[in-house]
Design a binder for this molecule. Structure first.
Ligand code: SF4
Ligand code: SF4
Length: 176
């Protein structure tokens, strides 16, 4: 009898409609992307970037540690001496093939001078994947955009150490 009543009153449809109407009056959790965007947490692992100090000098010293740490062989560093300063090095060229990156963050951890940063940028869909092979200028540009607040130069932070001459037997003292 019960089954007959359920059949003739279409009770199953009513139960379904009840669920539908319930959701009509609950707040929406759908974001209207791309007009609305989610607030990403600090530490989000988005597009990689190269960073500068506040005086505009590139932080990278061309040590290759990030290249060695990367499990996906994304990074290629071409290191060179700073002209006229044989104890200092910099990255003459720096390439990242972002089609291979798994955003693990190991390169950022490996860098001894915090020259690499992971940004909150994620809208990097492209038609030609060759445009995801980024050079140093492009990576610095991303860093400038994503991290406008820059760290002070090392010589300003550690007054008794001339920049990156820590390998010398006699550490040159900064004039007071
Ligand atoms: S995030 Fe990981 S995979 Fe991407 S470049 Fe860095 S080390 Fe390589
Ligand atoms: S980004 Fe950091 S780890 Fe990579 S070459 Fe430059 S200084 Fe070395």
């Amino acid at each position: 009898m019960k089954a007959f009543l359920e059949l003739v009153t279409f009770s199953e449809i009513l139960v379904g409609l009840k669920e539908t109407f319930k959701h009509l009056f609950t707040p929406s959790i759908t974001l209207q992307y791309p007009h609305e965007k989610r607030n990403l947490p600090n530490g989000y692992r988005g597009m990689l970037s190269l960073l500068r100090y506040s005086d505009g000098v590139e932080k990278c010293v061309g040590c290759d540690l990030c290249e060695a740490a990367c499990p996906s062989r994304v990074i290629t560093v071409v290191s060179a001496e700073v002209p006229g300063e044989p104890t200092k090095r910099y990255a003459k060229e720096f390439f990242m093939d972002m089609t291979r990156c798994i955003f693990c963050g190991l390169c950022v951890e490996a860098c001894p001078v915090d020259a690499l940063g992971m940004t909150k940028e994620y809208e990097w869909a492209v038609y030609d994947k060759r445009s995801l092979h980024l050079n140093k200028e492009q990576l610095l540009e991303i860093g400038d955009r994503a991290f406008p607040e820059r760290e002070r130069p090392v010589q300003d932070q550690y007054h008794n150490v001339a920049t990156f001459n820590i390998g010398l037997p006699q550490i040159p003292q900064k004039p007071s």
